[in-house]
Ligand binder design. Sequence first.
Ligand code: NAP
Length: 248
Amino acid sequence: MTGHVIVLGATSAMAEATARLYAAEGASLTLVGRQAERLEAIAADLKARGASAVDTAVEDLGQAKAPAKRLSDWAGGRTVDAVLLFYGVLGDQARAESDLDHAAEVLQVDFTSAALWSLAAASLLEGQGRGALVVVGSVAGDRGRQSNYVYGAAKGGLGVLVQGIAHRLALRNSGARAVLVKPGFVDTPMTDRMAKGGPLWATPEAVAKIVRRAAERGGPVQYAPGFWRLIMLVIRVIPSAIFHKRPL
Ligand SMILES: NC(=O)c1ccc[n+]([C@@H]2O[C@H](COP(=O)([O-])OP(=O)(O)OC[C@H]3O[C@@H](n4cnc5c(N)ncnc54)[C@H](OP(=O)(O)O)[C@@H]3O)[C@@H](O)[C@H]2O)c1
């Protein structure tokens, strides 16, 4: 049976869908996020769905204050099977080009703080000799595009960091693993300003299944859904002479 799972950014739509999968397995969970009431509502739902115990912790994860201590407190002496990092902000690319405070906020939340939580989680899991760190990145991190490159840069940097953690944990035969999950377009509140629909759009539930599986097995980088691996391969190899003529 699944043991304890720490969910960073538990109010995200993808996080909630993933937590439901764990709840159905009887796992215990610590839900971390900024909105106390919403966390309590999700916790009650997860208990009704079979979770053995659900704790909540109200935290601005973007500050990453004392992440090692916080994770240890949330583990509460239990062995942690998985630390799942979902939180993030899309930001406003046009605004970030002139409002550098906004750019800094996106980079702080999506890269700096997420990197610090990931490093702290990796050490916790390595110390236990088991467990998985699963971090949600984005296909936006695969190639800089004019429409979202501040967000993309943060996600790309985070991806390199998580790949490095995965390499470290594997080389040391630590028993712990790290996985970067890279979704494409997912129908969640984050994308509410975009036109949705069509074959490229996935549901949070579809991504949740990939995250859940990634915590158990598979390689260190998982696209969600898997067809994005091929799409991004093509996007990465398009020569700049062509790419720079397309408003992607
Ligand atoms: N949706 C997509 O198409 C897509 C594609 C690729 C990758 N992603 C990534 O997938 C992850 C999950 O996003 P989602 O699509 O499920 O969107 P979502 O439902 O809007 O979730 C984003 C979550 O991040 C939380 N958050 C933001 N800043 C935070 C902070 N400083 N402290 C704590 N929580 C914070 C938000 O909490 P509040 O409610 O408190 O603001 C919200 O719960 C994100 O990392 C996103 O970048 C999304």
